[in-house]
Design a protein around this ligand. Sequence first.
Ligand SMILES: [Zn+2]
Length: 327
Amino acid sequence: MKSFPMMSEVQAIECHYIQPGRACAFLICEGGRAAFVDNNTTRAVPYLLQALRERGMTPEQVEYAIVTHVHLDHAGGTAALLAHCPNATVLCHPKAARHLASPARLVAGSKQVYGEELFARFYGEIVPVDASRIRSIGDGEVVHWGARALTFMYTLGHATHHVCIFDAKTNTVFAGDNLGICYPALSRGRRPYIFAACTPSEYDPGYTIQSLDRILATGATHAHMNHFGTFELTDALIEQFRRSVERTEEIIQLAADSGLVDTELRVMINGLVRKAMEDELRYCGLPVDAQSLYWIEPDIALNSTGLSYSTMKRRQRRGAAAAQREP
Ligand SMILES: [Zn+2]
């Protein structure tokens, strides 16, 4: 992890999700006030409160629970966190606000991906967030908070309800999952190993690149990424991320052209995702060994499922376009 010059201003909190080193949330302290950016799951809330205590702050001083998007490893703990922080307001995309207040569809979708047993282990019970404690934020809206100006940007690509937040005070951006995944354990090669997060069911490579460009246009020097940590936005990091997104586009095109369906399609996509992620390990100067695979196996599985959704959507779009061309 590259050092972040104002680390005291923004702190990454290990959430112990699946294994240490996989997911974090962020704590911003501003004068005597605090804000969390994402909260991982209900099981992570004790770690968030502990981080607050270590900064000498109380739950009453938490003013915002910012949510980049509602995937449950980012916002699964929102209701539980608010129960401890009586003065906190949720800031999020309007679509995310609807999911948080009525999580039934989100929960059903996640159970489909993870299965009942894993869902229960990772997330526990997801309860609705009181709608009166949620504030929907507009695209480009600036929230002035003490000496800070936080600019919210709607960023498509990873999820249709995703926001990234530019913090002018530290010249950094809270990227959620829009800049993908970069594990410090895999950052010891010639190039930084970073790859797109294609979590089901809304991943779109074209929009991901548009959002990347929008993030870069802020001039931010560093990105806070929930998987995992704060990274300097070097040319090498950005180039490697673009490569990884291009590979997902190639996979979607190949899979959409294949004519395969159901299990055969999923097997094909899984093979292509595995090959792409292993190829990129080598390109970055990392071995394809048990240690590297330990980190990326869960993401190979999740990205394969996500790219299956993207492939089906691509076919639907092509079908609709072809139907329009019919006389
Ligand atoms: Zn996500």
